[in-house]
Write a protein that binds this ligand. Structure first.
Ligand code: UDP
Ligand code: MG
Length: 339
């Protein structure tokens, strides 16, 4: 990292897929808002394999503005990889993300930043008055958000809003793949991030078209299960699977002993008189053993996962020590913590 790069305060990361008409007005509005803040910033546009003229439009902007960076993917990888690439590239102390389609309003950025300065690591936008159809967008979203907030224990109303501000060290270490950008707050809370939300404006899409259809709902729900599992049990999968396993084997075993008693002591013909119960007992025992085995396999996978990638099972907010080396634990840290 060079000295000049370190001086950047804000990095704005914008994922772009086929937004040629939206980029110029977004750029104008975004720079107006950011210039008014009066601190050095950079914009990182990530062209996620656009097939329209988006890359040309971005290249023109790049030619005329030194603060603009453009990362172009070889093909469409999705919004999560686009954001991840932006995070990896970003050098600002604070990262700001927003959609390229002008549905998020850059004028909300200063409000989010003010909230962040109150001592949070993430401030997430809440599109309270969402300008989208009720049936296909708003109702599914309200239900999904309610479930996610309850199960994840992260009290957010809107997991799907890209307009957010974060401290860089929080997001740069997050393992983001698939469609997990919606779960950045949940994943970050896993690392102990302090987070809050703020009501932001939302506009209907005037140009271009949405990149998602109804199929998103089932994908979000399935992703949720994996995130929830990762949040709670990735370091102790046996506690999750083992519970079902123990229940199965214990109940199945008890039934089995009861049947054994009927057979051996009372001399009943168990197979003919209690066939279903015998089957149930066997099924419970077999599936119980399988659950326990899956849990043990999970334990092995978890160890491989954490150890092979040098992933830590905890994250440190701050270290107070008189030992100098203890303070240089975080490669992303470029200066004293502001919090
Ligand atoms: N986007 C992207 N890659 C994709 C899909 C979307 O970079 O595969 C971008 C898109 O250009 C926009 C943002 O992600 O800037 C949100 O997409 P969209 O507006 O289609 O989502 P919606 O607002 O309909 O939920
Ligand atoms: Mg949109």
């Amino acid at each position: 990292m060079t000295k000049t790069a370190d001086a950047i305060r804000y990095s704005i990361v914008v994922p772009v897929l086929d937004e040629q008409e939206n980029i110029p007005p977004l750029y104008v509005k975004l720079t107006e808002v950011m210039d008014a803040l009066g601190e050095p910033y950079e914009i990182v546009f990530v062209d996620d394999g656009s097939r329209d003229q988006s890359f040309r439009v971005l290249s023109d902007i790049f030619e005329s503005d030194r603060r603009v960076n453009v990362i172009r993917f070889r093909r469409n990888f999705g919004q999560t990889p686009a954001l991840k690439a932006g995070f990896d590239f970003a050098r600002g102390e604070i990262i700001i993300t927003l959609d390229a389609d002008l549905q998020n309003d850059p004028e909300d950025i200063p409000l989010l930043l003010a909230k962040l300065a109150e001592g949070y690591d993430i401030v997430s936008g809440w599109r309270k008055d969402r300008k989208e159809p009720w049936l296909t967008r708003r109702i599914p979203s309200i239900i999904a958000n309610g479930i996610m907030a309850r199960l994840s224990g992260v009290p957010l109303h809107d997991f799907g809003c890209t307009l957010r501000v974060y401290r860089r060290e929080i997001v740069q270490d997050l393992p983001l793949y698939g469609d997990l950008h919606r779960f950045i707050p949940a994943l970050a809370s896993w690392s102990g991030a302090r987070m809050t939300e703020l009501v932001v404006r939302h506009h209907p899409r005037h140009r271009g078209s949405s990149k998602y259809g109804l199929g998103r709902i089932s994908r979000v729900v399935l992703d949720f299960f994996s995130v929830k599992f990762l949040l709670d049990y990735s370091t102790k999968p046996l506690q999750f699977f083992g519970l079902f396993g123990l229940l199965g084997t214990v109940i199945g075993g008890a039934l089995g002993f009861y049947l054994l008693y009927l057979k051996v002591i009372l001399g009943e013909s168990v197979f003919i008189k209690h066939g279903p119960m015998l089957l149930l007992s066997m099924a419970l025992i077999v599936s119980g053993i399988q659950f326990i085995s899956i849990g043990l396999l999970g334990e092995m996978l978890a160890r491989t996962y954490f150890e092979s990638q040098g992933k830590s099972v905890y994250t440190v907010r701050e270290v107070k020590s008189r030992r100098q080396e203890a303070l240089s634990r975080d490669p992303h840290d470029t200066g004293p913590h502001r919090s």
